[in-house]
Design a protein around this ligand. Structure first.
Ligand code: NDP
Length: 489
């Protein structure tokens, strides 16, 4: 008997506490990017389903089934979800791996446990969302209330299908909102499993719903629907711009976590070994399909050879393989369009005159099926090349050599994006000076890709706005109401 968990052949929408087909009966296939085989057939939500879900969400919100539950009981419900995630760790990790091409090591040891931790962290917040009393002129008692926004919708991408959704679901529910999630058409399975877990945790119907489907239909219908109060979006800058434009018609609250071209800066005094390790972790985690990936590596002339030799050596050790094999450290690109995009950028880099020092080709794994790409490093690039300006969202590192500190700060900031950045140095003063001068939502020092439920994350410039995680996410999912009481007798 195969002890491995399995995906179901068919999934419905999770709408108003029940599993239902879409109103039109439309479905789509989700593929395993490592084998190119169909995993499951999934119901595709359309406009009528979105409307039904928004009505159910509104009814649940207005009835106060969740919002008016005591904060402590809401927190306990979130803890039950966390427990459900831990109990279903194997299945969630398996589904995320076969749907998104991630290695089972990443999903089982890092990402699914982090999803549980996020619910635990925000379970604690439920009882700590408070207003303030404000000293005002005159004989008045003035105070603020932090209230839930109402019906929230999350539109999430395929690179971290479960985590990017949980970053939004956990704080939204903790603050008393109700939530509808539209997963990416490429990776709906882990969120459909989460819906089962939430159902078992006993949340009232309509409080949490999952509508798999396509961006231009289900996603756009959520953005346009007048019954949705807030859209939380993670994805490309181009789609983020569409979301913001469409949401303007109903003045929804919008938070956008978009693309990046994050600089990873090695200073002259850095330890080349540590810098190379950071460069590799920065670009190749999850095959480079990370919004904050350190895709531009800035190397000082003096350390160029020492750092680049080690980067190449480490990149060569990351051999693409079967994502379900626990020994594999590098999985499959999540979809065919993404594979084509990444290979296209590799050609662009070569044509622009950057030197491809390792990788640069599609990789063959097993029988040759699957969307695998070799970890690729370009050296001798300039910051004006397309491979330095545009988000590739794949395992492609662009290394640029620089002369001095002012030059590298200017180059690092010369990007339409501003999501994350890192600096490698042994000089504590320089570390803080550079951190201040970089235009980015997050700066890592001597490390890369460190996330914590308590640490806010988000972008500046065209990487979006609004902060997720930490207490900042609570602000993102609440409205502040001022109350002023006349005390004159
Ligand atoms: P998108 O930004 O288009 O997709 C993100 C989410 O938005 C998906 O759920 C998608 O649904 C949905 N969506 C698409 N169009 C609309 C719309 N008009 N209204 C509402 N929702 C919509 O990313 P792609 O999958 O197309 O990837 C393209 C590129 O975007 C990647 O190559 C990468 O560079 C970048 N990207 C960046 C991410 C990040 O975290 N910064 C994440 C994902 C991609 P559906 O999947 O059904 O289209």
């Amino acid at each position: 008997m195969d002890p491995r968990p399995a995906a179901k052949p068919q999934y419905d929408l999770y709408l108003n506490g029940a599993w239902v087909p879409s109103a039109t009966g439309e479905t789509f296939e989700t593929l395993n990017p490592a084998t190119e085989q169909v995993i499951s057939r999934v119901a595709a939500a359309g406009e009528r389903d979105v409307d039904a879900a928004v009505k159910a969400a509104r009814a649940a919100f207005d009835a106060g089934k969740w919002t008016q539950l005591s904060a402590s009981d809401r927190g306990k419900a979130l803890l039950r979800i966390a427990e459900g995630i831990r109990k279903n760790l194997d299945e969630l990790a398996f589904l995320e791996t076969i749907d998104a091409g991630k290695t089972i090591g990443e999903t089982k040891n890092i990402e699914v446990p982090l999803a549980a931790e996020l619910f635990e962290y925000y379970a604690g917040w439920a009882t700590k969302i408070t207003g303030e009393t404000i000293p005002v002129r005159g004989n008045y008692l003035a105070y603020t209330l932090r209230e839930p926004i109402g019906v929230c919708a999350a539109i999430v991408p395929w690179n971290f299908p479960l985590l990017m959704a949980v970053w939004k679901i956990a704080p939204a529910l903790a603050a008393g909102n109700v939530m509808i999630v539209k997963p990416s058409e490429f990776t709906p399975l882990s969120l459909l499993k989460l819906a089962e877990i939430v159902h078992e945790a006993g949340l009232p119907p309509g409080v949490f719903q999952v509508l798999p489907g396509f961006g231009p239909s289900a996603g756009a219908a959520l953005v346009r629907h007048p019954g949705v109060d807030k859209i939380a979006f993670t994805g490309s800058t181009a789609t983020g711009q569409t979301v913001m434009r469409e949401a303007a018609a109903t003045l929804k609250r919008v938070s956008l976590e978009l693309g990046g071209k994050s600089p990873n800066i090695v200073l002259e005094d850095a330890d080349p070994e540590a810098a190379a390790r950071g460069a590799i972790a920065g670009i190749f985690y999850n095959k480079g399909e990370v919004c904050a990936a350190g895709s531009r590596l800035f190397v000082p002339e003096k350390l160029h050879d020492a750092v680049m030799e080690k980067v190449v050596e480490r990149a060569k050790k990351l051999v693409p393989g079967d994502p379900l094999d626990p020994k594999t450290r590098f999985g499959a690109i999540a979809s065919k369009p993404q594979l084509e995009k990444v290979l296209g950028y590799i050609q662009t880099g070569k044509a622009e005159g950057a030197k491809c020092v390792t990788g640069g080709e599609r990789a063959k794994v097993g029988d040759g099926k699957g969307y695998f790409v070799q970890p690729t490093v370009f050296d001798g690039a300039t910051n004006q090349m397309r491979i330095a300006r545009e988000e590739i969202f794949g395992p492609v590192l662009t290394a640029i050599t620089y002369k001095d500190l002012d030059e590298v700060i200017a180059l690092a900031n010369d990007s339409p994006y501003g999501l994350a950045a890192a600096v490698f140095t042994r000089d504590v003063k320089k570390a803080h000076v550079v951190a201040r001068r970089l235009k980015a939502g997050t700066v890592w020092v001597n490390t890369y890709n460190i996330y914590d439920p308590a640490l806010p994350f988000g972008g500046v410039k065209q990487s979006g706005f609004g902060r997720e995680l930490g207490s900042a996410a609570i602000d993102n999912y609440t409205e502040l109401k001022s109350v002023c009481v006349d005390l004159n007798l």
